[in-house]
Structure formats: C-alpha cells, structure tokens
Design a protein around this ligand. Structure first.
Ligand SMILES: Cc1cc2nc3c(=O)[nH]c(=O)nc-3n(C[C@H](O)[C@H](O)[C@H](O)COP(=O)(O)OP(=O)(O)OC[C@H]3O[C@@H](n4cnc5c(N)ncnc54)[C@H](O)[C@@H]3O)c2cc1C
Ligand code: SF4
Length: 354
C-alpha cells in the first residue's frame, strides 16, 4: 500500500527565536522537524499529523560540539548522528551509541535532538492508518483503549485501560546520555531552562517527557567527569543494522585504585522512558506507577567496592530483575528481560578491563 505524506505547510526559520515565534503562531497545530527520519514515517502512517511543520535544519545555533573551559562538553541538538559517531571529543560510549542508530543513510540526516525527542514505539501504533482502523485504533492515536495492557487496577477495581499507554522509548542515545548525567537546555515561549535529562523523561508512552508547548531542545551538556569515565553501549535488536533497539544498556564507570567511584547504568527500550540506575543513589527516581521500572528497588551496594565478577553479577542481576519489557516491540519480553542482564554483565566485564 502506498503511504503518502499528508499536506502541511513547511516553515524554515533561521534562528531559535524565529522557530519559537512560529510555534506560538501555530500553537497546537505544529511539529518541529530536524532530520525527519522519525517524524515523516509517522506522518505517512497518519500518526498525530499537524497542519504546520517547523524545520530546524537551517538553525545554525543548534550545530556543533564544543568543550567549555571547565571541561563540560556541549553538544548542539542539530548535530548529526554521523558527526557524533565520528567525533573524538565525545565519550566513546556515546559515539558507539550513535553508530548503532538505524543505518548509515539515516544517520546522515538524523540528529541528536530528534533522537532524544523520538516518539515511543508499539506494534499497535507504528502501523498504517488502514491497519490501525481495522483494530479500532488505540489511546496513542485516534482511539480510547490500550491493546497491550487492556485492563488496569483503578482503586481496587479492574477497569478498561483508557488511561496509561506503555509504548516503548527506543532511542539509542538517551540511555547513554542519562548514564553520563547529561543536562538539556530547552528554549520556548516561556524562556530558557536547563534540567537533567533523567528528570526530563517521565510519564507514559504518550506524554513521555516534560517538554512544554513550543519548546525547542537547543543543546545537551555533559558534566566534566563524563570525559574521564569508561563508557560503553550495548544493544539488542533483531538485526544489527536498521532495527530499533529492543533492549539497550549503557554504562558510565569510574574506578579508583580498583574500587568503584561512579557506576551509572542507563537502560533503554524496556519502558516508556529510559531508566537510570545510579548506584551512588544520588539520582533516584521512583517508578511513576506499578507498570514502570523501579530502579532504586533492591539496589546492591556498589560504591567503594572492587569491580570483580561477584559485583558485576550483582549489578547484572539487579538490572535484569527490575527491567519490565512489555509485549509491544519485537522479541519476547522474558527474553529481552534476560538480555538486559546479559548485556549489563558483558559491558561491565569489558569496562572492568579498562
Ligand atoms: C528504518 C528506521 C530505523 C531506525 N532505527 C533507529 C534506531 O536503531 N535507534 C534509534 O534511536 N532511532 C532509530 N530510528 C529513528 C530515527 O532515525 C532516529 O532516532 C533519529 O535520530 C531521529 O532524528 P531526526 O533528526 O531524524 O528526528 P525527526 O524525525 O526530525 O524528529 C523526531 C521528533 O523529535 C522532535 N524534534 C527534533 N528535533 C527537535 C528539537 N531540537 N527540539 C524539539 N523537538 C525536536 C520532532 O518534532 C519529532 O517529534 C530509525 C528510523 C527509521 C526510519
Ligand atoms: S501501548 Fe500505547 S501505543 Fe501501544 S496499544 Fe497501548 S495505548 Fe496504543
């Protein structure tokens, strides 16, 4: 079946302020567009399309990777994935995560901003309009019920789930950036704000983050320590290229004299947001509801302990136990859950060798 792009008006601002002004004019009926590798396929499926599309491709202030005097690394939202993949400035794990997104052709146009704002995925959502209509649509587009979790417990009663979408957050960069303690700067009609990426993500598969109306992601900033950490990213996908991750594990590790000083695991593609396991317990975020991963639950003691096989096993087991993949992307949830532990173990074994 041919799927055509719906009609929309394309705007091409040259600055962030022009983009925000356009967003104000077309409030409620626009989307930002960067490389278009996520938004345009979704538009072709008739998923939540808008009458106006504001392209960020000509906004020069979103480009570039620069090192601040204090050691922090600033990555523009408009940096292309192929640039991130080739960069010697960014932590090795981040370049690795970029190199695992989609295919070389898609990384030519896909951007950091688009990857972090990627829409969540689900078998019942990423389908043509015709396919979705035959099933009566779902909560995330055009419908009023969820096919993955059809019923929920509401105040002790089992009721139809017309409230929570569990579509999966499948970005490859997000788990790595969350593990690296990245901050993001957003500019919008109400001004500019900076917040931790881990705090930005939240909510169900529809809401999925704290972006306010009209806000543009301008840049991502990595703390100075991230430049000294051992980092890595490992991804499970049906095929090595082109396919979205169905489980992604990122790690940022600092070891001093054999003892762990920092260990942060970012887990992707098993929940409605990326999940951070910060074993220093400094960044703890409780699960929003019982369907979400609870990273703080039963967390083992890790900091100041030797990174040996026993400790690696404890961390791998913890990540695996907490992960809660749903049956809405390829590969069975129990296999993906097990692989969260396997990928964590392999990654930490590699990083332990330095
Ligand atoms: C076949 C295929 C395979 C893919 N495989 C993967 C994969 O393995 N891993 C993966 O992570 N992704 C994958 N993708 C998705 C996509 O290619 C990447 O995530 C890419 O990084 C998206 O970036 P983009 O610039 O093209 O985003 P766009 O499509 O332009 O935008 C995506 C979303 O982000 C918003 N947005 C973009 N920039 C900004 C900004 N600066 N501020 C605010 N909002 C913004 C847009 O409004 C839109 O909602 C795949 C896509 C396809 C078609
Ligand atoms: S998980 Fe979300 S996208 Fe998937 S069927 Fe349920 S409501 Fe729709």
């Amino acid at each position: 079946m041919t799927m055509l792009l719906p009609t929309f008006e394309l705007h091409q601002p040259a600055t962030v302020s022009e983009a925000i002004a356009l967003a104000k004019t077309h409030a409620g009926d626009f989307d930002y567009l960067a490389g278009g590798t996520d938004l345009l396929p979704n538009y072709k499926c008739g998923l939540n399309t808008r009458g106006h599309v504001i392209s960020l491709a000509k906004v020069a202030e979103l480009r570039g990777v620069t090192r601040e005097a204090d050691g922090r690394l600033v990555i523009g939202a408009g940096v292309l994935l192929k640039e991130l993949e080739a960069s010697r400035e960014v932590p090795a794990g981040l370049a690795e995560a970029a190199s695992r997104v989609a295919s070389p052709l898609l990384r030519e146009s896909g951007t950091v901003g688009g990857n972090l704002m990627l829409d969540n995925r689900c078998h019942f959502f990423n389908q043509s309009y015709f396919w979705r209509r035959s099933l009566g649509y779902c909560l995330k587009a055009d419908g009023d019920r969820c096919h993955v979790v059809p019923q929920i417990n509401d105040n002790g009663k089992t009721v139809l789930n017309n409230k929570i979408c569990v579509a999966t957050h499948s970005s490859d960069l997000a788990p790595m950036l969350v593990a690296l303690g990245a901050e993001m700067t957003l500019a919008g009609p109400e001004g500019t704000r900076t917040l931790k990426l881990n705090e930005f993500y939240g909510g169900d598969g529809i809401r999925r983050n704290q972006r306010k109306a009209g806000e543009v992601l301008v840049r991502v900033t990595l703390p100075a320590w991230a430049g000294k950490a051992r980092t890595g990213y490992s991804k499970l996908a049906p095929r090595q290229s082109v396919d979205f991750s169905v489980a992604g594990v990122a790690a940022a590790l600092q070891v001093d004299g054999g003892a762990v000083k920092v260990l942060r695991i970012g887990l992707g593609s098993v929940d409605t947001t990326p999940v951070l396991f910060d074993y220093s317990r400094q960044e703890v975020r409780a699960a929003a509801n019982y369907l979400n991963v609870d990273p703080g639950k039963n967390m083992p003691e890790v900091i100041d302990r030797k990174l040996d096989d026993v400790l690696i096993e404890a961390v791998a087991k913890h990540v695996q136990t907490q992960a809660q993949p749903k049956l809405n992307v390829p590969m069975a949830p129990d296999y993906r859950k097990k692989m969260c532990g396997v990928l964590t173990r392999r990654l930490l074994q590699q990083l332990a060798k330095g």
